[in-house]
Design a protein around this ligand. Structure first.
Ligand code: SAH
Length: 252
């Protein structure tokens, strides 16, 4: 097995990997760089930067959550969810982060990737074909609209999202998709306190509760990350999420 920044970083986070998973990520890297020449997918292109800031970062959630059992590693509270149907939704996946690396590491899990930009989802579709990923749904659309469709509302055990909106807006976009007892995990910068305060009303309104915030540095780098874990304990009122014009002008 070839040692690189990614393997060293995953080792330090206690995340296990196979040669095959590393090969899939390598191919993903090549496709990302190739397609980035003709469309704007990422500003991070240097090899080691991609390994850390896209791959290790996307996977860093595995330090705290084992998607294969659906159990939180630390809390392991019985949340009444069926362990076998851990479905994950990635809102605003862009070029596939964190959703594609998570799918590579949990190939048996159903995962749904959403982005409003069709071109980006076309790229993500090509990656899925090339890497042989299946049981994966790709949706071009706006989260605030999809969240009102029965097919998606209240269906997921996990929602994840990175670099899409403020925590308040993200909470409004995400919680309606969750089953009761499911978790929304927001990938946020290390300076999270102010954003967390500003999101309190949205979290309460949408039926959620902050369970914990994990702040850490991605090993093999000085890249800081906070993961905010919000558990949905109550039903989300039907009127949410609102239209983009409403939540942009007047966040909860
Ligand atoms: N999560 C990726 C991309 C972040 S860029 C990463 O971390 O690299 C933000 C992405 O969110 C963009 O691709 C944009 O099209 C998408 N997006 C923003 N608002 C959205 C919404 N309301 N519904 C769906 N996608 C949205």
């Amino acid at each position: 097995m070839k040692e690189n920044k990614l393997t060293l970083s995953l080792d330090k986070m206690g995340i296990q990997y196979s040669d095959y998973q590393l090969e899939q990520l390598e191919r993903y890297y090549e496709m990302l760089i190739e397609r980035n020449e003709v469309m704007n997918l990422t500003s991070i292109t240097e090899y080691n930067d991609v390994l850390i800031k896209h791959f290790a970062d996307s996977l860093s959630i595995m330090q705290f959550t084992d998607f294969s059992t659906g159990k939180d590693k630390e809390l392991s509270q019985g949340d009444g969810l069926d362990d076998n149907v851990t479905d994950i939704l990635d809102i605003g996946t862009g070029a596939g982060f964190p959703g594609i690396p998570l799918k590579i590491f949990f190939p048996e899990k159903g995962i749904c990737l959403v982005d409003s930009t069709e071109k980006k989802m076309n790229f993500v579709g090509d990656v899925c074909d090339e890497l042989g990923l299946n049981n994966i749904s790709l949706l071009v659309g706006r989260a605030e609209e999809l969240a009102h469709q029965n097919e998606f509302r209240g269906q997921f055990q996990y929602v994840v999202s990175r670099a899409v909106a403020s925590l308040s807006v993200l909470t409004e976009l995400s919680l309606a998709f969750l089953k009761k007892g499911g978790h929304f995990v927001a990938y946020k910068s290390s300076m999270i306190n102010e954003e967390l305060d500003a999101a309190q009303n949205a979290i309460r309104t949408m039926g959620g509760k902050v369970e914990k915030v994990e702040s850490f540095t991605i090993p093999e780098s000085d890249f800081e990350r906070s993961l905010v874990f919000i558990r949905k304990g109550l039903d989300t009122p039907k009127q949410y999420p609102r239209k983009a014009s409403a939540f942009k002008k007047n966040p909860l």
